[in-house]
Design a protein around this ligand. Structure first.
Ligand SMILES: C[S@@+](CC[C@H](N)C(=O)[O-])C[C@H]1O[C@@H](n2cnc3c(N)ncnc32)[C@H](O)[C@@H]1O
Length: 247
């Protein structure tokens, strides 16, 4: 007997994105480990709880909140992330050892899919050096899929690749062809040529969803203004966009 952990992709916003596999794993879980992201993202914590309430048939589970260590804002980015992962690893190892019995089942709920810009699997890998457990991964609907579905567009052009990147990388390296940009607090699409096409979405799959499409020249300023207003109203924002360079 060994402890087991489900890493469950819960989709990127709409409880309807939760898959049948995810529902089975939710119902198999005794302890949900959740990072406390602070008040600004309490809407996201609430959505995780709503998913549990909606899909778990016999609510005998409990939530264990794990403090989320602060990431250093200054210094080199990768070094700051690596220190932050090490601090999380210590917190997770202790929590798994203390909160799960020898044959207990725990879960981490990953926003969207755990494979995409999510550190859960990397941290669990490090935790495995300290604590014995087995784990599996349940895939979820990513923000990328939510974005293309809501705009009703294909992700790639026929036979062509797509770059998945961040705002920082877009600013530093640029793009050609098609690119999906995530984790962009700075409207980095504004650095692209005006003819670049953009399909933008914020709070995808939620009641607050915002969608805008056009060229960067036509709609770039409007997206930036909408983003600022929405962020001020909610206290947080998650937005993603697909870019296609002009031929
Ligand atoms: C830490 S990454 C997590 C991505 C997630 N694992 C996924 O599969 O979509 C967070 C970024 O995902 C994007 N994102 C996640 N959910 C979103 C949503 N509902 N609407 C728009 N963008 C979203 C944003 O770019 C945000 O900055």
């Amino acid at each position: 007997m060994t402890r087991h952990i489900h890493v469950i992709g819960i989709g990127a916003g709409d409880p309807g994105y939760v898959t049948v596999q995810a529902i089975e794993a939710l119902n198999d879980t005794q302890v949900f480990f959740a990072m406390d992201k602070g008040e600004q993202k309490s809407d996201l914590v609430a959505l995780r709880r709503e998913i549990c309430t909606r899909f778990i048939r016999e609510p005998g589970y409990r939530f264990v909140e794990l403090a989320d260590p602060k990431r250093a804002a200054d210094g080199e980015y990768r070094e700051a992330v690596s220190d932050w992962h090490a601090a999380r690893t210590r917190i997770w190892s202790a929590a798994i050892a203390e909160e799960l019995g020898p044959d207990g089942v725990g879960a981490f709920l990953a926003w969207g899919d755990p494979s995409l810009y999510d550190s859960t699997l990397r941290i669990l890998d490090a935790v495995a050096a300290d604590v014995e457990f087995s784990f599996d991964v349940i895939p979820g609907i990513t923000a990328v899929q939510a974005l293309t579905a809501r705009h009703r567009i294909p992700l790639n052009e026929v036979g062509e690749p797509v770059l998945l990147t961040t705002g920082r990388q877009l600013r530093e390296r640029g793009m050609s062809g098609s690119a999906v940009v995530m984790l962009d607090a700075d409207c980095s699409f504004q650095t692209c040529p005006a003819h670049t096409r953009i399909w933008w979405g914020a709070y995808l799959g939620t009641g607050d969803e915002l969608l805008v499409a056009g060229t960067v020249g036509e709609v770039g300023a409007r997206i930036a203004a909408l983003r600022t207003q929405a962020r001020a109203r909610h206290g947080w924002i998650m937005d993603t966009y697909l870019l296609r360079a002009a031929d």
